[in-house]
Write a protein that binds this ligand. Sequence first.
Ligand code: HEC
Ligand code: HEC
Length: 265
Amino acid sequence: MTEDVSRRDFVKMAGVAVGGLAIGAVGGYSLMPPKETIIEKEVEVPQEVPEHPWQYAKLDVEKVKERAYNAYFVGGCSYGAFEGIVGELQEKVGHPYTSIPTKISVYGKGGTVGFGTLCGALNGASMAMNLVSNDLSMVTEVVGEYTETGYPTWKPAVTKKTDADLPTSVSGSPLCHVSVTKWCEASGFESGSDERKERCGRLTGEVAGRAAEILNAMADGTFAAAFVNPESVTGCNGCHGDDGAIANVHAKSECLQCHGDPHTD
Ligand code: HEC
Ligand code: HEC
């Protein structure tokens, strides 16, 4: 798909060899020169790369979800989300989006090549958002909301691994490991199961779709950040955060999930 689309950035020049008119074999005249006299040349037209951020065009959220879901089964969650959004922009806008190989986002799968850190769907969607805007509060919104949302609730038109409705779980964390393992506990399915892959595929669709929804709102001028940090983050960071008296923590993920409260427990 990407390769096809990127061809739009080239102008095909058909040079007709000398002796343009040819006589058809069985009498009569053909206006077309015989095939072998057409020389196709691809001439690259230099196109300016615009300043960052690139001009966004509102997307069909349902299309983004479907595209992201299907791409998940090609290159994983991070690629799924990135390709879901940027692939749609390539199709809708063309240049400059067609100059980005969306496969650059594959690395993010499994929380970055399986390390279980940032959920790849969040990684890919965030990169796509940052491509079209400098407003990182939109990224905060997608990541924050993810930690509080039960996934998966959306189902694609055609499912890949199972058509069943799947159990949902809330991660409380943007980490792949936490998200997947909590879902395995909630659902009883193993991490290597088709159901878990289906779950991550659907989640990828939902996250990419949510990012597109937010970008559409940005385009309409109606985006308003709503996510608020959990109380523990505000409380603990009052002392441990960048501006606190101890200042040894540079994070805003739910502290209690990993630490409990060491000062009262
Ligand atoms: C009123 C200030 C304050 C708040 C609020 C606070 N801490 Fe601390 N915390 C401290 C101080 C002081 C220490 C000791 C620091 C040292 O010795 O370096 C400490 C130490 C720690 C330690 C390391 C020591 C241990 O017991 O393992 C952890 C972990 C920690 N805090 C987590 C948290 C978390 C999580 C929260 C929120 C639930 C929190 N803190 C809220 C002041 C605070
Ligand atoms: C994903 C799990 C995770 C989350 C979420 C998390 N931490 Fe930690 N934290 C760790 C790990 C792992 C360490 C390093 C091991 C240790 O010292 O306990 C650590 C270390 C610390 C320490 C130093 C402990 C010491 O022994 O000196 C403090 C203080 C701390 N974290 C506070 C926080 C606060 C405040 C938050 C919330 C804003 C937070 N952490 C969120 C996992 C986490």
